[in-house]
Design a protein around this ligand. Structure first.
Ligand SMILES: Nc1ncnc2c1ncn2[C@@H]1O[C@H](COP(=O)(O)OP(=O)(O)OP(=O)(O)O)[C@@H](O)[C@H]1O
Length: 520
């Protein structure tokens, strides 16, 4: 149950603040009681200050009452019927049988929407035969300017922080919740005179707990910049007053973020499937305009976004729900931050692979599903990881299991490194780890995962191996690569490799490219 209802004042004396206003209302009631028809009461004040509460307390003094919302079109039919009914049945409205009409949110009234309804209200106001209380938030709203002169205007003011703290204390004691006074004071101050908001906040942090501390406040404080958003979301989902909803959506926050918060909380508030469907349709349309604004940079489209996600969602419900709903922050954003690590890994891996494959990161990502399959076998996975220079953590992009360490391949080593091992350790190294060079520069081995291992390729790989050492005959190359120093081992290797040179030229003659990655 909502604590605002559970702890709602039971008598006029329980109502906090606004003593003068309460006195005026009591006089009005007394006059009706004495059979003197009174002007319609118009209670105007900020949200959560007790207007509806006062109207309900007044209603207890009448034999019956009906409560309607001015922004609800059906309300006017009901008023018309009630008045018609009243003229037919005097007993309902006769002395001792007065039926009070409570009309909420009259600043949300639409002049042209239902002329019959407006006529009915005017009739009640003019004749003054029927007790009626109207409520509005905005004293300066154009919509109530005409009503102000015809009604008895009563201003309801914000409730003082001390009074709010006192009420919060009382609630904590009744709920058996231990509290630190400053926590309640902070809640009261945050509410800015809105008792409903203060009680709701207390319920959020205290319900089901033995005590509340500053830590609980921290949770609220952390959300401070989105607190206003939650208030707005609450207004959208709880109210049907277009003007109030539009006002509440005047926020600093990004409209996309507000839309996410509203979307997340629709099913937490609305209960009927049709209402949820209608609300999501409004959200979908709002999203279309959001996208349009983004793509065209014509931010005028935002006004449609705001109207659809605000008024559109609000009017999707048949009636407002009088229940406590615990709203939550959109999971979209928390998921987004949770996935950040995943996205970073994906991008890192794609960058490395793209560089090797001479593709953009985006294209590399498109190949990921194929690599996922290729990474299943340990041997190929190891080769791919070496080739693309992927660390263990990066291999996780493609497989959850670690790659089992491979036993060194004796046969391959014998074939490819026996000659070079003693003469040029650099070449040997590059044979073991091809990933340290671009495919064109690398001594390709049978282990190279991307290269097919047909016999022509094996030949090419041998040729490549022997060609890696720098020949002294080519001073340009040797100077460039070895910075002027040609090592003894390189020299001896060069001699022994004079045979390789002839093999190389032979290979060149045979064909320019012997496999996918063996460029000459
Ligand atoms: N002056 C008050 N004294 C005690 N409790 C109050 C007072 N004002 C508000 N409350 C608490 O807040 C709840 C909501 O108040 P209420 O609906 O009367 O506000 P309101 O002014 O009609 O707001 P709105 O303009 O948004 O309709 C009440 O049920 C009650 O628990």
């Amino acid at each position: 149950m909502l604590w605002t209802e559970k702890y709602s004042p039971q008598t006029m004396k329980d109502v906090l603040g606004n003593k003068k206003a309460i006195e005026e209302i009591e006089n009005w009631l007394e006059n009706w009681d004495h059979g003197e028809p009174q002007k319609c009461l118009l209670l105007v004040g900020p949200p959560g200050t007790g207007k509806t509460t006062l109207a309900h307390l007044v209603a207890q003094q009448f034999s019956d009452h009906i409560e309607l919302n001015a922004s609800d079109k059906r309300s006017y039919d009901i008023i018309m019927n009630t008045i018609g009914e009243a003229s037919a049945s005097v007993s309902l409205f006769g002395q001792g049988g007065l039926k009070l009409i409570i009309l909420d949110e009259v600043d949300g009234l639409h002049g042209n929407e239902d002329r019959g309804g407006i006529r009915a209200i005017n009739k009640i106001i003019k004749e003054g035969h029927h007790p009626m209380i109207m409520m509005a938030n905005d004293l300066y709203s154009k919509r109530i300017q005409g009503l102000k002169s015809k009604c008895q205007l009563i201003k309801i003011r914000k409730v003082h922080t001390n009074s709010i703290v006192a009420l919060l204390k009382k609630i904590c004691v009744k709920e058996g919740v231990d509290f630190e006074e400053h926590v309640l004071r902070t809640l009261a101050k945050r509410s800015r005179g809105d008792l409903r908001s203060a009680i709701n906040d207390l319920q959020v942090i205290a319900q089901g707990k033995d005590s509340i501390t500053s830590d609980d406040l921290k949770a609220i404080a952390e959300k401070d910049d989105i607190n206003n958003i939650f208030d707005s979301v609450r207004t959208v989902l709880k109210s049907k007053n277009p003007r109030r909803i539009k006002d509440s959506l005047r926020l600093e926050a990004d409209p996309g973020f507000i839309l996410e918060q509203i979307t997340e909380n629709i099913p937490r508030e609305y209960e009927k499937a049709e209402e949820i469907e209608k609300a999501y349709n409004a959200v979908a349309e709002a999203d279309v305009y959001l996208g349009r604004a983004f793509h065209t940079r014509h931010y005028g489209y935002w006004k449609y976004t705001y109207d659809l996600m605000g008024v559109g969602v609000a009017l999707a419900k048949d009636e407002t729900y009088k229940k406590f709903s615990r709203y939550a922050s959109s999971t979209f954003y928390s998921k987004l931050s949770k996935n950040r690590a995943k996205r970073d890994l994906r991008d890192r891996v794609a960058t490395k692979m793209g560089a090797k494959m001479h593709t953009s990161r985006k294209v590399a990502i498109e190949y990921f599903p194929y690599f996922e399959i290729m990474f299943q076998g340990d041997e190929l996975a190891q080769d791919l990881a070496d080739y693309f220079d992927l660390e263990d953590a990066e291999v996780k992009q493609f497989r959850s299991r670690k790659i089992k360490k491979q036993k060194p391949k004796k046969a391959t080593k014998a074939k490819t490194t026996s000659k070079t091992k003693t003469t040029n350790p650099k070449t040997t190294k590059s044979t073991k780890n091809p990933s340290s060079k671009r495919p064109s520069e690398t001594a390709v081995t049978e282990n190279d995962p991307v290269v097919n291992t047909d016999s022509s390729f094996k030949k090419a790989s041998k040729t490549n191996d022997s060609e890696t050492p720098i020949t002294p005959k080519d001073p340009k190359t040797s100077t460039k690569t070895k910075k002027g120093k040609i090592s003894k081992s390189a020299e001896s290797k060069d001699k022994s490799d004079s045979k390789s040179d002839s093999e190389k030229s032979e290979s060149k003659e045979k064909g320019k490219q012997t496999s996918l990655f063996s460029f000459q």
